[in-house]
Design a protein around this ligand. Sequence first.
Ligand SMILES: Nc1nc2c(ncn2[C@@H]2O[C@H](COP(=O)(O)OP(=O)(O)OP(=O)(O)O)[C@@H](O)[C@H]2O)c(=O)[nH]1
Ligand SMILES: [Mg+2]
Length: 422
Amino acid sequence: MDKEKVFVVMAGLKDNTIEEEGPEISEMIGLVEAAGGEVLASAIQNRQKYDPAYFIGKGKAEEIKRYINELEVDTVVFGNDLTGSQIRNLEDILEAKIVDRTTLILDIFADRATTGEGRLQVKLAQLKYRLPRLQGFGKALSRTGGGIGTRGPGEQKIETDRRHIRREISKLEEELDKISENRELKRKKRIKSEIPIVALTGYTNAGKSTVMNAFLNISEEEDINEREVFVKDMLFATLDTSLRRIKLKTGEEFILTDTVGFVSNLPTLLIEAFKSTLEEIRYADLILNVIDLSDKEIEHQIETTETILNELNSGGIPRINVFNKKDKVDHKAIYTGSSENSIVVSAIDLEDIELLGKKIIEKLPKTYHDVEMEIPFSKMKIYDLLSTRYPVKESNFTEFGVDFKTRIDEEDYNRYKEFIRS
Ligand SMILES: Nc1nc2c(ncn2[C@@H]2O[C@H](COP(=O)(O)OP(=O)(O)OP(=O)(O)O)[C@@H](O)[C@H]2O)c(=O)[nH]1
Ligand SMILES: [Mg+2]
């Protein structure tokens, strides 16, 4: 099938301008491609304020109309969000399908969502976004019937009845609440199990899922094939959260979570819809923030990720910045901040992942285990050492040695496993 031909339009404001070939435009091109379209050309306009009727200037719209006639464009994608009446007015002038930024991103998500929860979340976000824009979308989308901007899980046609949509929204919210309660229960169970949680975050396509799979590869567990997660060179390959238990050779364990990637101006509705998915990040003991070193727009990538991590209130969680894909760049050009909180790796190099594993253990708040131990008389030195290091309770001498309860850290737990009775 031929790719949908797209013209990208983006507007900036005087104190927040857009450049002709700047990072915002290349991000938009990536998003259009992720939605299955092909960008033929783009236009930008920096304005004092956005035009209430046409978003960009009417003159600019007319100029764009001439280009799109020439190029035989199917769809005009705006890199900003539009109101219902702006969509309608632009459609009248441009005589093409108009898709705005949030609609485009939701469309990609609709295409990618595989699990029940992901699909419900996307559908909810789509309906909420459409509700105040029905007039605009109703007309714009019925014109071409299909393609970018029209995808939705389990949806045949764009629903235009307000009451019906509202009912649908409450139904979806109820269903999602139930799933979220269930998730909460599971989370409590995990917290009780005392295994620390490490969350992967970062820009989409930075390599989060690749890091996850690399850890599975060096993990002591078997049957990793079944447990590997999906990796692909595309935006938003991952939409759902996966949790995997990782056990390092040295015995330390943690749960690693992989979740949806970030993109700049991630629509608020989408953050809201994916709240319970993104919440995994807030409950983490440590964040592994993956950054793609080979990205030409690395500063934009870092800025975006920082903004979203702030919005998720994750400031208090210890963090390691993982600068990834070092195999794709000239080392001399790398700037990665302080080495205390960052590491430069290639996720496809398992030695690098081992080093990252070490760093994770260093950074993780120490975990303690309540244990009952029995140490034979021949190893009394160990008892002496442990009793100076930790408070010892209920110690009793038996005919074999000493029997006691205490609370020890992960390292000693692994070191003296043979003496632990429970
Ligand atoms: N050369 C190189 N490629 C890598 C490295 N790490 C990941 N990649 C590639 O980068 C692409 C994206 O990797 P993913 O792991 O899917 O990225 P992600 O962050 O999970 O992306 P989303 O799930 O889409 O948000 C894939 O084609 C990987 O093979 C690396 O260290 N070096
Ligand atoms: Mg992924």
